[in-house]
Design a binder for this molecule. Structure first.
Ligand SMILES: O=C(O)CCC(=O)C(=O)O
Length: 324
């Protein structure tokens, strides 16, 4: 059931394509943002707070981050031919290789990143010259965002990359810095109409295949396998997030993020502890993931024992420690 709170502030004019509201951030203050959006967990696009930010195009990023190293995800396109519950990893669980920003930028320029769906996704900006960008800090302060769950993360990719449909256990702000993204959202009430991956995946794959991802391809759904997805379509929202805009994605809201165009697309996001605490405590989507984390115990024990008893013990243990 859709709760009235989930629908508050969201346009109801077209049932098949609901738009998330856009508000002028210069007219918001921490109290109004908390009262109108954060308290009840309502997604919203905030405009006008980042008009003076530099254009973070590839030259700018090369200049600021050139030799800095980042874990880069090698997704490949083949995975999309399979059902998602046959994948071995997803999102931040995908195998990554450490590359300097310049090396990744070369893959973008040569279109190799496009051909093999290679993503510099969710890389901490901490310890880089872009870590303390004043415009980003001022925008957070204007919205009264406190208690970060992570430092800001950088996401750089070629247009056409898709971050599959999932939800996060924390509130998030997705800031569009260069290029555009399409974000399709579904309310938390739709979780079981979106066929989340089973919690039992944690036993086999640990955190590499998390249960906060949906099995459905929302742009190309298989209604025979996933008939309840038809119901979820009435609760589908869509946003084209433009350069300089911020999307507030409350904890538990499902979202699929597609980078648009042929060029390079760059965003920053940050996660925030859920406030008020009553919203955190009553979110089943959040509790589900805590349960999932407990279910990773057998996988973790198995992986560490295998590393300890392997021939290249030192290298395997170092790798595991790095992943921590
Ligand atoms: O931009 C992306 O590819 C994913 C971002 C995301 O999932 C988020 O901000 O929560």
């Amino acid at each position: 059931m859709k709760t009235p709170l989930e629908e508050k502030h969201l346009s109801d004019s077209d049932n098949s394509l609901k738009q998330v509201a856009r508000v002028d951030g210069t007219k918001l203050n921490p109290e109004t943002f908390a009262k109108q959006y954060r308290k009840d967990g309502i997604p919203v696009v905030i405009t006008g707070l980042l008009d003076s930010l530099n254009n973070w195009d590839l030259d700018f990023l090369r200049d600021k981050l050139g030799n800095q190293e980042f874990p880069v995800r090698f997704n490949g396109w083949d995975r999309y031919k399979k059902e998602k519950n046959a994948w071995n990893n997803i999102g931040s669980g995908v195998e990554s290789r450490t590359l300097s920003f310049n090396e990744y930028a070369d893959l973008l320029s040569s279109k190799e990143a496009h051909k093999n769906d290679i993503y510099l996704g969710r890389c901490a900006l901490r310890k880089t010259p872009l870590a303390d960008t004043p415009e980003l800090e001022e925008a957070d302060a204007k919205l009264g965002l406190k208690m970060p769950g992570t430092s800001p993360n950088l996401w750089v990719c070629p247009g056409s990359h898709i971050t599959p449909l999932h939800y996060d256990p924390l509130d998030g702000t997705l800031i569009q810095i260069h290029g555009e993204k399409r974000i399709v959202l579904f309310a938390p009430s739709q979780t079981y109409n979106l066929y989340p991956l089973s919690l039992f995946n944690y036993l086999k794959h640990g955190l590499k295949l998390r249960a906060n991802y949906s099995q459905v391809y929302p742009e190309n759904p298989d209604f025979v396998k996933f008939p309840k997805f038809k119901k979820a379509l009435s609760y589908r929202y869509e946003v084209i997030l433009k350069q300089g805009e911020i999307l507030f994605i409350p904890a538990g809201w499902w979202h699929e993020v597609t980078s648009l165009g042929d060029g390079v697309v760059c965003s920053i996001n940050r996660f925030w502890h859920v406030l008020p605490l009553t919203r955190a405590a009553t979110s089943w989507n959040k509790w589900r993931l805590h349960l999932g984390a407990l279910m990773t115990a057998p996988y973790i024990i198995r992986t560490w024992l295998a590393a300890i008893f392997s021939k290249d013990r030192e290298q395997k243990l170092r790798h595991l420690i790095q992943r921590l």
